[in-house]
Design a protein around this ligand. Structure first.
Ligand code: CDP
Length: 210
């Protein structure tokens, strides 16, 4: 069983993916961490994020044991990730790893931008999680403030807006809902409500799968 959860930054997809995986006893992969780690490794070698060949090499050499690095969760890492994520050679290099993860028993939940469209187009269940930009910015702002980051709401809003634009406009695997995905708008939901709604969608899909 493969569950694909896609959506923009701070839509709640990461937390939802984790809760769903725990609920079902499935493995969970936050695929954004892969792109974050590629960007980290490129920068650590003193190279430019705009060098596709170098970024692809970092992607081919990625060490999944380093994905729990707390630095990967910083806003700068997310932004850097979206720069290397536009390169087809980087996306290609990360594809086999993601598909191998998805193909495990009893099931896997993967969250990202292109899971339902490119990585696992045959996923059993696809959910595209959205929320208004202002609400996503408020969530990310509160999360960063809790971690002691002195950001402003205006700056967070602008960073998310630019990242959405970059993720939606790239030619290779742009962020979009698969035609057969269920949409889940969490603008007016807290995480418990979003989880209940997602479980409802999953149950309905499973019933239809027979
Ligand atoms: O947690 P947040 O949504 O802020 O970011 P993330 O999911 O860790 O993704 C960071 C960046 O990686 C995104 O802005 C995308 O550019 C890229 N990404 C991607 O292109 N494809 C994926 N499947 C996952 C992430």
């Amino acid at each position: 069983m493969i569950i694909a959860i896609d959506g923009p930054a701070a839509s709640g997809k990461g937390t939802l993916a984790r809760l769903i995986a725990e609920h079902l006893g499935y493995a969970c992969l936050d695929t954004g961490l892969l792109y974050r780690a590629v960007a980290r490794d490129v920068l650590a070698r003193g190279q430019s994020l705009e060098d596709e060949e170098f970024a692809a090499q970092a992607a081919r050499m990625i060490d999944t044991a380093t994905l729990d690095d707390p630095e990967l969760r910083s806003p700068g890492a997310g932004d850097a990730a979206s720069v290397v994520a536009k390169f087809p050679a980087v996306r290609q290099a990360l594809l086999a790893l993601q598909r191998a993860f998805a193909d495990q028993s009893p099931g896997a939940v993967l969250d990202g931008r292109d899971i339902g469209t490119v990585v696992c187009p045959d996923a059993d269940i696809k959910i595209f999680v959205t929320a208004d930009l202002a609400v996503r910015a408020q969530r990310r702002f509160e999360e960063l403030r809790r971690r002691g980051d002195p950001v402003t709401l205006e700056a967070v809003t602008e960073i998310l807006r630019l990242r959405d634009e970059r993720d939606q406009s790239r030619a290779d695997a742009p962020m979009r809902a698969a035609s057969d995905a269920d949409l889940l708008d969490t603008t007016e939901m807290d995480i418990e409500a979003a989880f209940d709604a997602a479980v409802g969608l999953i149950k309905r899909r499973i019933a239809r799968l027979g």
